[in-house]
Design a binder for this molecule. Structure first.
Ligand SMILES: Cc1cc2nc3c(=O)[nH]c(=O)nc-3n(C[C@H](O)[C@H](O)[C@H](O)COP(=O)(O)OP(=O)(O)OC[C@H]3O[C@@H](n4cnc5c(N)ncnc54)[C@H](O)[C@@H]3O)c2cc1C
Length: 463
């Protein structure tokens, strides 16, 4: 049996490995000339992910082939947070060292909110992360057993009220799924536990090294890669896909997986674009440094976090954004949240000029708070993220409101030989969940076409 996987990002690489492990002939088609998708990078500077959470997921996947991950180092402190008044907070996995930096009231709130985040995560993980996309019955079971832990009637904003410093600190985690934190449901508070309770890791060689490792593993297993071919269209026959067209010609297989943005896939299939709101994009400035600096992760909060999100919600890049800065040797990466683009603006060359201006503005801000020896820099704007994300929305659907937090599933109604995986669908974005989506989505598809949906080994990864 032959399979085609579109996209050589983390999800596509994981899907290809899973299919190959089951004995299929697998071809991966990728528009870029190299693997990694959002993690490809520029001259060794990241263009996307900088840290790894939940390393057990990639470890399980490479372990299925007798391989291990590139060296991992726990990040400590997890991130260094600085507020405009000069206050610094550098949380660690060690709770005592963390709360020692807080006032008595804040320490109480921190412990309480960490416990809340853990309860939400542990209650939800089997239904919303490791299992297949939940059906109504699974949602009902979850609701009965663990639903109240997720505060279904509360907003994230109401849940994490804890003073002027800790409130934006806890709100920010929702941005890891593309949310406006002021519109996110309380259930997204689980992300705080993933970082603050389970830890964050740095990978030798950065996240690009993980993509290269998966690519090497897939090649060694016999997966074929067609780089530099852009998929334009999928031929939809009654109940299945017959072939797909790239700018290099037609390709056909028995099974198809799209590990690209869900909206791209729907366009190739000629299906309607969903009406749900898209989550946020990002605006990054990549910097090559003239001398090495220590590795670090920094957040510099804006004066008024709520005002920043009001600007983004109105479609503008913030004039006082919260800055994320990652430094590592000769490379530095600065990222701010930015609105995704209206469809009509996606190919607007006017925006390019504004992008350069905004990047200069961010660099001038950075110079005041964290000077760096910058040799060269490059902006990566929402326009640039449009190559891998529809309208630049890095995680697809905005997880706003309780129903909004449910991710689209892997299937497309009426098409039996196809699965949609990756960071815009279930179980969600970020490197580990995208990989899990690819791995488990491929298992689900094989089970579906063989008529044995139970055989896909979703939790433990056995094909
Ligand atoms: C700025 C930024 C910072 C981030 N930080 C982190 C972090 O620190 N930690 C973390 O875990 N996650 C982070 N993420 C999220 C993470 O990078 C993504 O969720 C993850 O990489 C998504 O992987 P994917 O394989 O689903 O999609 P992608 O990486 O987008 O891969 C999809 C692939 O499909 C290809 N493709 C698209 N269209 C076509 C076509 N027409 N034809 C052929 N190929 C096509 C693309 O070129 C791409 O290679 C960050 C993301 C960004 C943008």
């Amino acid at each position: 049996m032959r399979a085609i996987v579109v996209g050589a990002g983390f999800a596509g690489l994981a899907a290809a490995l899973r299919l190959r492990r089951a004995g299929l002939e697998v071809t991966v088609i990728e528009q870029f000339d190299e693997p990694g998708g959002k993690a490809i990078g520029w001259r060794g500077v990241p263009t996307g992910p900088t840290v790894l959470t939940m390393p057990e997921i990639p470890r399980m996947i490479v372990g299925a082939f007798g391989s291990s991950l590139p060296a991992l180092e726990p990040v400590s402190p997890l991130t260094r947070y600085t507020w405009p008044d000069g206050r610094v907070f550098a949380p660690e996995l060690d709770i005592k060292a963390t709360v020692a930096q807080l006032t008595a009231q804040e320490a109480h709130d921190y412990r309480r909110l960490l416990t809340e985040a853990r309860a939400i995560f542990e209650g939800a993980r089997d239904t919303f992360i490791f299992g297949p996309p939940p059906q109504t019955i699974n949602l009902m079971q979850y609701g009965l057993r663990n639903g109240l832990k997720a505060h279904p009637l509360k907003s994230l904003k109401a849940l994490v009220q804890s003073g002027p410093y800790l409130t934006p600190f806890f709100l920010r985690f929702a941005t890891y799924l593309g949310a406006n934190p002021y519109k996110a449901p309380a259930v997204l508070h689980n992300i705080a536990w993933v970082e603050l309770g389970l830890g964050v890791f740095h990978l030798a060689g950065g996240m690009r090294a993980l993509a290269d490792h998966l690519h090497g593993l897939a090649q060694a297993q016999g997966v074929q890669f067609l780089f530099g071919q852009k998929v334009m269209k999928m031929q939809l026959l009654p109940s299945r896909i017959g072939a797909l067209q790239t700018d290099g010609g037609w390709h056909s297989a028995d099974l198809y997986i799209s590990a690209t943005d869900r909206h791209f896939t729907l366009q190739w299939l000629g299906l309607p674009i969903p009406r749900y709101r898209l989550g946020v994009a990002g605006f990054a400035v990549l910097m090559e440094l003239s001398e090495p600096v220590p590795r670090g992760h920094h957040i510099y909060f804006s004066q008024d976090y709520a005002a920043e999100w009001r600007e983004i919600a109105s479609g503008r890049c913030s004039q006082d954004p919260t800055l994320y800065l990652h430094t590592d040797g000769d490379a530095a990466f600065m990222l701010v949240n930015a609105p995704s683009l209206p469809e009509a603006a996606v190919k607007n060359p006017e925006l390019r000029v504004k992008d350069q201006e905004y990047a200069q503005y961010l660099l001038s801000k950075l110079r005041q708070i964290h000077p760096l020896p910058i040799a060269e820099w490059r902006a990566v704007s929402p326009q640039d993220y449009c190559y891998t994300a529809y309208c630049g929305a890095l995680y697809g659907k905005a997880p706003h409101g309780l129903a909004g937090a449910l991710r689209p599933g892997w299937g497309v109604a009426g098409i039996r030989n196809f699965a949609q995986v990756g960071g815009t669908v279930y179980p969600g974005g970020g490197v580990p969940l995208s990989m899990l989506s690819g791995w488990n989505g491929a298992g689900w598809l094989m089970g579906r076409v063989s008529g044995q949906p139970g055989r896909s080994g979703l939790e433990n990864g056995s094909p």
